[in-house]
Design a protein around this ligand. Sequence first.
Ligand SMILES: Cc1cc2nc3c(=O)[nH]c(=O)nc-3n(C[C@H](O)[C@H](O)[C@H](O)COP(=O)(O)OP(=O)(O)OC[C@H]3O[C@@H](n4cnc5c(N)ncnc54)[C@H](O)[C@@H]3O)c2cc1C
Length: 421
Amino acid sequence: MAVTEASAGANASVPSDDTDTDTDTDTEFRAEVRSWLSAHLVGEFAALGTGNDLGGPAELGVRRRWERELAAGGWIGTAWPRQFGGRDLSLWQQLVFNEEYARANGPIRVGFFGEQLLGPTVMAFGTDEQRARFLPPILRAEEFWCQGFSEPEAGSDLANVKTAAVLDGDEWVITGQKVWTSLAHLADWIFVLARTDPGAPKHRGLSFLLCPMNQPGVEIRPIRQITGTAEFNEVFLDGARTRADLVVGGVGNGWKVVNGTLGFERGTAFLGQQLRFAAEYWRLVDVARDRGVDRDPVLRDRLADAYVGLEVMRQTGMRAIGRALAGKPPGPEASTGKLQWSRWHQRLGELATDVLGPQAMVTGGDSATGGDAREELLYSFLFSRSHTIYAGSSEVQRNIIGERVLGLPREPSGAPRASDR
Ligand SMILES: Cc1cc2nc3c(=O)[nH]c(=O)nc-3n(C[C@H](O)[C@H](O)[C@H](O)COP(=O)(O)OP(=O)(O)OC[C@H]3O[C@@H](n4cnc5c(N)ncnc54)[C@H](O)[C@@H]3O)c2cc1C
């Protein structure tokens, strides 16, 4: 494998051919992104590394500052239309930005839920007042969001949510429990799927509410994972209040709106993450070389297989981009991409532990920061176990492919519908 281009990355060797498809304008744009990142991704920001460890309040402060730095550089909302304050960059340029961001080991984006999910949802389903109120603070990295969908009895079967919202004068009063709420401890706002009409059939009577986090009726309890870190939480809503007009898409239309949000999640929202996987792959190749195991015939085979998987993932990503460029929302075939990247990254983690050998059994603590390739690979291996669950579990994705792409019979009654999540 002829794969190195030393000038390209902070840590990783990268393939020399991933700029082949750039036009002249893209080449200029790539140079602009590289130069901005090399000037701004320094000091405390560079020290964050690529891990998900969201540490204590001090580190959260650095992560918020990094988001503001990105905002000041015009790198938040690059995909958003200009009419909503975005940069309306072409999908290709967004891809270039994400490629360069991954190559430079840019920190995990804690503004993800606002920029990738809530913003597009409000643009598509919100009122003008909601757009004017909520979009600018996302672009300025002044307000952060979390996603309050899942509950103990509502994951894949999302329409089963029990959290209730009742109108009290000009406010909704929300009561219920959300779980697996990523970044709730950092968020200023939560978008909540709640039942506003308990008498209506399961998929009706739901509403999509916007609720402030900083109030007495909201309690956040962290959930610690095998990584040692706690990116997600339980969120208890006990009489939490929000204004009556903060319903996106109208009262009772929550199911339609939530499916719009999930469409954004399944579509191109995780492309940036997949590009980070590519940078991780090349880091692993470097580690294999450093440890001299690049001569091991079995590990060489697996590294080559992983490269093939990486290329397949890239092509699948391109197809998703092509579809989005043609103005088509992600269809059921988006599930193939989700299955592909989640399994591929889990296998890469397993390969990383074999490349590291006995070193894989020791970590320096629960932090994946500081640019230590070994720590980052191990952290990523552990975190990757969750890929086949979030954003739609693998079993549900297979049901979607079976039923909606292949036209196979539906799941036996009683099981959640493949379209649920
Ligand atoms: C890292 C991470 C971050 C997350 N972040 C958030 C967040 O920010 N906000 C949020 O709302 N949620 C979040 N989630 C929750 C996530 O969306 C749910 O875990 C997911 O939807 C699955 O729901 P569940 O955990 O309740 O499992 P269940 O739905 O109970 O599923 C249990 C098992 O049964 C299988 N199964 C379920 N239905 C079927 C079926 N019809 N056919 C075959 N098999 C089936 C599933 O695949 C799974 O293996 C996160 C999860 C993870 C792991």
